[in-house]
Write a protein that binds this ligand. Structure first.
Ligand SMILES: NC(=O)c1ccc[n+]([C@@H]2O[C@H](COP(=O)([O-])OP(=O)(O)OC[C@H]3O[C@@H](n4cnc5c(N)ncnc54)[C@H](OP(=O)(O)O)[C@@H]3O)[C@@H](O)[C@H]2O)c1
Length: 352
C-alpha cells in the first residue's frame, strides 16, 4: 500500500476499454483517477451522462460525477495517463502527453511497431521496460509511451513465451475466435453476427503474425529486436461478448511431449519484478484438464480476467503440439494489461 495514491487520467474513458479502466481502477491500491477525457462529443458533460455504460457492475459513483474533459495534456496534472483512444487519434494525441512529461500506457496500435516502443507484458517481457529511457532520450520527451499488445496476441504471447523458454518456438499456426467487445461499442452490427461467424477483422492477422515476435524479443542497442519465428494467423469474429479464443499449433526446435508442455505452462512464473504487483496474474497460466475447456463464458474471469487459460493440450500431426488459449480481451488484452504495465514502471522507479 502506498502512503498517497498516484493520480491517473483515462483518455477515451467513455468507450469499451475506457469503461474497463474505470471499473478496474475503482479502489486500486496505488492509483486514483483524477481526470477523464473523451471526444468533443462528450467533453463538458458529466461522465454519468456522456457514457453509455455496458459493464455488468454499476458505474462507480465517483466516476459518474466527474466532468469529461477534452483529450489534451492541459486537461490533467496526473503523471500517468491510460489511453483507450482509437489508433488514428492516438497517433497525434499520445506524443503530446509524452512530451508534457506523462507516462502514457496505450491500448492503441499506433506506436506498437516503433522500434523504441515496447509492447509490454510484465509477466513475459519486463526487461523491455528499459526501452523507455532510450525512447525519452531519442525523442526528447520527458515522458514516454508504452503499449499493450493487441487483445488477441496477449494470451498467445504468454503461452509462446513459456514454451519458447524451454523448447524454442520455430513455427506457429493460429486461428482466433474473437469476442464482440474487441470491436468496441456498439461494434459489429447485430445483423452481421447473430447466427454467424465473420472470417475477417481488418488488420488483425498482420498484428497476430508479428506482435508476439516483438513481445518475445529483447532490447538491443536502441531498439527492440523481435524473436525469429514464423506465425500464420486466421482471425474470426464470433458471437461471444468477452474473451478471445486462439486455437494454436506450435512447432518447437526440441521435441516436446504433451506432459512436458503442460508442466512447462503450469510452472511458468513471471519475472520477479512483476510477480507480486497488484494486477499480476497468479498463476500466470492456468491449464484446464477437461476435454471441453477453456470456454469464454466459463473461464474468461480466471485470475480476475488477467490469467491466460490453456486447455486441450495434445499432439499435432503437422506441428507437434496443439492447444486452445483463452484470454479476456478487455481485461488482460486491454485495460488490465495497461494497469499492470503502469504498476511495473512505478515499481521500477521510472515514473516520478
Ligand atoms: N476492445 C478491445 O478489446 C480492445 C483491446 C485492445 C485494444 N483496443 C484498442 O483500444 C482503443 C479503444 O477501443 P474501444 O474498443 O474502447 O473503442 P470504442 O468503444 O469505440 O470507444 C472509442 C472511445 O474513443 C473516444 N474517441 C473517439 N474519437 C476521439 C477523439 N477524436 N478524441 C478523443 N476521444 C475520442 C470515444 O469517445 P466518445 O464517447 O466521446 O465518442 C470513446 O471513448 C482502440 O485503439 C482499440 O483498438 C481495444
Amino acid at each position: 500500500m502506498m502512503d498517497k495514491k498516484i493520480p491517473v487520467a483515462v483518455l477515451a474513458a467513455t468507450g469499451s476499454v475506457g469503461q474497463r479502466f474505470i471499473q478496474l481502477l475503482d479502489n486500486h491500491p496505488w492509483f486514483e483517477v483524477t481526470a477523464l477525457t473523451a471526444s468533443d462529443r462528450s467533453a463538458g458533460q458529466l461522465y454519468g451522462d456522456a457514457c453509455h455504460w455496458v459493464l455488468p457492475d454499476a458505474m462507480p459513483e465517483w466516476a459518474a460525477k466527474m466532468k469529461v474533459l477534452p483529450t489534451a495534456p492541459e486537461s490533467t496534472d496526473a503523471p500517468i495517463v491510460f489511453s483507450a483512444l482509437p489508433a488514428d487519434t492516438a497517433r497525434d494525441a499520445e506524443p503530446l502527453f509524452a512530451q508534457a512529461g506523462k507516462a502514457v500506457f496505450s491500448n492503441a496500435s499506433a506506436y506498437r511497431r516503433e522500434p523504441d516502443v515496447s509492447i509490454l507484458m510484465p509477466e513475459i517481457n519486463a526487461d523491455q521496460a528499459a526501452i523507455v529511457d532510450i525512447q525519452r532520450k531519442k525523442r526528447g520527451w520527458k515522458g514516454f509511451i508504452v503499449t499493450n499488445s493487441n487483445c488477441t496476441s496477449a494470451g498467445m504471447a504468454v503461452t509462446l513465451k513459456a514454451l519458447n523458454d524451454q523448447f524454442k518456438v520455430k513455427r506457429v499456426f493460429a486461428v482466433s475466435l474473437q469476442a464482440l467487445s474487441g470491436a468496441g461499442y456498439p461494434g459489429v452490427p447485430s445483423m452481421d453476427i447473430i447466427d454467424n461467424v465473420v472470417p475477417f477483422i481488418g488488420g488483425e492477422e498482420e498484428k497476430l503474425e508479428w506482435e508476439s515476435r516483438k513481445m518475445l524479443g529483447r532490447v538491443q542497442g536502441e531498439s527492440i529486436q523481435p524473436l525469429d519465428f514464423a506465425v500464420s494467423a486466421h482471425c474470426n469474429r464470433v458471437a461471444v461478448t468477452d474473451g478471445h479464443v486462439v486455437c494454436l499449433s506450435v512447432e518447437t526446435e526440441s521435441k516436446v511431449s504433451v506432459e512436458e508442455a503442460i508442466n512447462c505452462l503450469q510452472s511458468y512464473q513471471a519475472p520477479e519484478v512483476s510477480r507480486d504487483l497488484p494486477f499480476a496474474p497468479k498463476p500466470v497460466i492456468v491449464v484446464r484438464s477437461e476435454k471441453d475447456r477453456p470456454q469464454p463464458r466459463l473461464d474468461r474471469m480466471t485470475g480476475k480476467g488477467m490469467a491466460t487459460v490453456v486447455g486441450r493440450v495434445r499432439p499435432d500431426p503437422l506441428f507437434g503440439l496443439k492447444m486452445i488459449v483463452l484470454s479476456h480481451n478487455t481485461i488482460r488484452g486491454a485495460a488490465g494489461g495497461s494497469i499492470y504495465n503502469a504498476e511495473l514502471l512505478v515499481n521500477l522507479g521510472k515514473i516520478v
